[in-house]
Design a protein around this ligand. Structure first.
Ligand code: UDP
Length: 310
């Protein structure tokens, strides 16, 4: 049975990926420095005979004895609030961390999958965004630390593929939500749900006409695993194309929680993308993948998770 290393395995996406890989029979080594990841996300796996957690910063040399079949590189701050607070760590994990993870994959003859992002498209001038779009990124703006780190990570991944023939994959992850997001990570899903559940004002940034498209975590993980097992080397978007404005999203959360929280407007963060929607034709064609969980269903499950925490 395969051995998989998941960097960032105690994070929101990484921990769900660990669960899914264990379910498929993999042995899973979870690496995380716990800067934005949490032991609580993996504590249900403690004692599992095929699971091991190593507290490790992936920007440091990665040593692991024995065979490895897959390296899933998911380590990185991923919420705008987090990467604005951790700009240098974000750049380091995208650059040095990706280098170490690729080096490990090369040494082990393992497949490598990079968790990239729709942020590589920046504030897109093409809508929806296909993988062939090169993006519109401000390298010196506050979001540049994340966007450029991930763009560098993609370039390094392709270089390892071309020069060292590492079997690499790149997934461009669009907004994903679900249980185990941090209540206070600043992203719109936990922010609006916690505000609605507490009866506090819902903070819509700007006029709320900017759009996002939200994918439930189980759909995302399914797409990631299909990509890892595929023969595709070019980037593949994984996300749910169901697009809505942030204002409509606030109304949806109010409806699903039965909340009477008022909506208030706050300043729009610098370089906040005005639109975002994945073009998932490549994922459909190459992976036979498309999302299955509707926004209402996914949000109900997410609200249930947060209800006990607020
Ligand atoms: N947003 C908002 N209120 C919040 C948090 C976020 O209106 O309390 C907006 C944010 O400006 C952006 C969208 O919601 O337009 C999604 O933000 P998020 O931080 O979740 O991630 P992004 O898609 O920007 O990476």
């Amino acid at each position: 049975m395969p051995v998989s290393i998941v960097t960032g395995g105690a994070g929101f996406l990484g921990s769900h990926l660990c669960d899914a890989l264990l379910e498929k029979g993999h042995t899973v080594i979870c690496l995380d420095n716990l800067v934005t990841g949490h032991v609580a996300n993996i504590e249900h796996l403690a004692g599992h005979e095929r699971f091991r957690f190593i507290k490790q910063d992936v920007t440091e040399y990665l040593y692991f004895p024995g065979a490895v079949d897959y390296v899933f590189h998911f380590a990185s701050p991923a919420s705008p609030v987090d990467y604005l607070q951790l700009p240098i760590q974000t750049l380091k994990v995208g650059a040095l961390g990706t280098h170490k993870a690729l080096g490990l994959a090369r040494a082990k003859g393992a497949r490598f999958l990079l968790a990239s992002t729709s942020e590589v498209y920046g504030d897109p001038l093409i809508h929806p965004q296909p993988e062939t779009y090169w993006g519109n990124v401000n390298p010196v703006g506050p979001r540049g630390v994340y966007d450029e780190a991930k763009r560098f990570a993609e370039a390094l991944t392709m270089a390892y593929h071309r020069v060292h023939a590492v079997d690499t994959k790149i997934v461009r992850i669009f907004n994903t939500y679900g249980p185990r997001m941090r209540l206070n990570d600043g992203r719109v899903v936990p922010a609006f749900i916690s505000q609605a559940l507490r009866g506090e004002p819902i903070t819509v940034f700007g006029d709320g006409r900017q759009t996002r498209s939200f994918c439930f975590v189980s759909d995302l993980v399914e797409g990631v695993i299909r990509l890892a097992e595929s023969a595709e080397h070019d980037p593949v978007n994984i996300g749910n194309p169901a697009e809505l404005t942030v204002l409509d999203f606030a109304e949806t959360i109010r409806r699903l929680t039965g909340s009477r929280s008022p909506i208030v407007h706050r300043p729009l963060p610098v370089d906040d993308p005005k639109v975002r929607q994945p073009d998932i034709r490549r994922a459909r064609e190459v992976l036979g993948w498309s999302p299955r969980v509707s926004l209402d269903e996914g949000l109900r499950r997410t609200v249930d998770y947060f209800r006990d925490m607020v």
